[in-house]
Design a protein around this ligand. Sequence first.
Ligand SMILES: Cc1ncc(COP(=O)(O)O)c(C=O)c1O
Length: 397
Amino acid sequence: MTTSAEIMELFSRYVIANYTRYPVCLVRGEGSLIWDAEGNRYIDFFPGWGCNLIGHCPPRVVAAVREQVGELIHVPNTWYMEAQGRLAEALSRRTDFQGKCFFCNSGAEANEAAIKLARLCGNEKKRHRIISFLDSFHGRTLGALSATGQPKYHAGLHPLLPGFRYAPFGDLEQTAKLIDDETIAIMVEPIQGEGGVNLPPPGFLEGLRDLCDRHGLLLIFDEVQTGMGRTGRWFAHQHWGVLPDIMTLAKATGGGVALGILVAKPHIGEKMVPGTHAATFGGNPIACRAGLATIETIEADQLLPRAVHLEQRFRQRLENWRSRTDVIRDVRVKGVMIGIEFVSPCAELVQQCLERRLLVNCTHQTVLRLLPAMNLPDALFEEGCAILEEIILNWRP
Ligand SMILES: Cc1ncc(COP(=O)(O)O)c(C=O)c1O
């Protein structure tokens, strides 16, 4: 049996070290549990960095991929494929804007497509600028990175793609001031994820829609992290009843299989004509079958109401801890998107959790982020929360 140490040795020799990795090699997952090469069992409150929203190896996704892989692995987009058409229909029916889809493989790629589509729409009017927000995160390709309003991610990579301006998240007045004759779009995560699980203040998303309508701009919602049911609705913007012109999805859409999607209002999607954009692997049969099986799972297992139920349970628990310690500054919860903001950097809490075999994440220095599966069972909720409670309430930063 190969050990974690042996695999780490391979990485040190042959894999570029651009990630900070925990010294553990994970080998098998099932639902909200995962095991390492030594057979240790972990509870996963951060499965797949948000990609495994319906748990590790969800049975319907496993079955669909197994079946598809024996029939047809890949064909390019010069041909029609049933699974891509069916997934586009399934997604469109769950939007409130009859969206039409472009398929790719990741969140950054979906946002790259959104930036290009916005520029294509603005081309005739000589508009290309996009307003995005401080503390946003849109991905690591150069376009998506330029949209990302966090200088720490820009370091060493200048010059960035021109045409981006950043407003403070939640500040309509400052956003309005950045609009000029060359602006074509406003791009925003309805709830900022990597930036610290920041909920939009009341009226903010509605106000952005209004600004876009008044100035003839496109509203782009990056739902890469918030989408596919995580917040208790298919798409987070549905909580506020504000429609985007373009929406991007990835992470959870394929039940763990790489799948990125841009969904646009039909008359906007029309601007993406042959030759303007493409992705060789985009919408391949395996990813699309995984996407269909993910939607089927969320519906058949009633996971949207389950996410709302878990929201209430997590909120109750977190508020209880907050009342018993002064290290928690704020708690922010929407569905199974959870941020606990501390008065100090919280990376050491992640380490302590790992030692107790609970997987969590720290983002934006001081925010402990949990993105548990929507089908997290009650028993694992309790077991994981008991570990967190003990660690947090005993923490003296
Ligand atoms: C809101 C948001 N957009 C885009 C991305 C980038 O996605 P990917 O890593 O799949 O390129 C992320 C990743 O964390 C994200 O949270």
